[in-house]
Design a protein around this ligand. Structure first.
Ligand SMILES: [Fe+2]
Ligand SMILES: [Fe+2]
Length: 281
């Protein structure tokens, strides 16, 4: 697939959260709360990604590169589009996070921990390490988009449109820029074992935060009677959970094999169809 076939567009849609229910994804509450936890990471994670990509951009613009899969100018342009999309993501998620922080107690302490982690990564780790973390997260973002528009879809019925729309937009754009951090990491000399090591590192790092934040929100909603103690496990819910976990295991395996290349992943029709429905400034 050539560069021209993957278009990256920066959009800034609006989502109104005032009437969003606590359990916004009633047919898959666990995923809904995990996505809430994920949303809280973004105003720390995405500015970090932007800073890492800017550092790499400076070096690439000055001629540094061990190998280039794209012409240098195309790679620099992709970095700018990547940064434009990530900047819109964390700003728009921040409005939802403010809303979550008003609803739930104790999120700030978790957020402070994450903020300190990213500051430490920038201070203590090499650019290659930080690019590996960024490329690892980009692979996660791509897998999340495939899951969200694929196996998770049957659970999206009755989702609150505001939060569903927020994630559909974000993940569709994550899918658009699925090659950028990967190609920058490789251009700057990042190797296979580093990529795999940091893929698992970032996955564990972010999951640990997201799971704690999700558990905190679920506990408070259960205590307030806004989320049933145990939701009935219907055959459809069981099928959904097992198809999602099977697909995730398979995608992780494929993503860490040496032949992984996001450029070989074709467009997701449902993601493109969703983006076409968005009105944005
Ligand atoms: Fe993003
Ligand atoms: Fe991204």
């Amino acid at each position: 697939m050539s560069t021209a076939e993957i278009e990256i567009t920066v959009r800034a849609p609006r989502f109104e959260h005032a009437s969003t229910p606590h359990n916004w994804l009633p047919n898959n509450p666990e995923l809904g709360y995990r996505l809430n936890g994920g949303s809280l990471t973004l105003p720390y994670l995405e500015p970090y990604l932007i800073r890492v990509m800017r550092m790499a951009r400076e070096q690439l613009a000055e001629g540094a590169a061990e190998s280039l899969e794209l012409p240098r100018q195309a790679l620099l342009r992709d970095i700018d589009l990547f940064n434009g999309q990530e900047a819109a993501h964390f700003k728009i998620h921040r409005a939802y996070n403010d809303f979550l922080r008003e609803r739930y107690e104790g999120l700030e302490a978790l957020e402070a921990e994450l903020e300190a982690d990213f500051a430490r990564f920038l201070r203590e780790e090499s650019l290659e390490w930080n690019l590996g973390y960024s490329a690892g997260f980009e692979t996660t973002g791509m897998m999340m988009a495939e899951l969200f528009f694929g196996e998770a879809e049957p659970g999206m019925k009755d989702a609150a449109p505001s939060v569903h729309g927020l994630w559909a937009w974000h993940l569709a754009e994550e899918y658009e820029h699925r090659c950028v951090a990967f190609e920058v990491f490789r251009a700057m000399g990042g190797g296979y074992f580093r990529r795999v090591e940091l893929f698992f590192y970032q996955a564990r790092h972010l999951a640990s935060f997201g799971e704690r934040a999700a558990a905190l929100m679920m506990e408070q909603d259960r205590a307030a009677g806004l989320l049933p103690e145990a939701t009935e496990i219907t055959p459809a819910r069981k099928r959904l959970a097992s198809s999602m976990s099977r697909a995730t295991r398979w995608r992780v395996l494929r993503g860490v094999l040496p032949g992984h290349n996001p450029r070989r992943h074709g467009p997701i029709a449902a993601a493109d169809a969703f983006l076409a429905t968005l009105e944005y400034a």
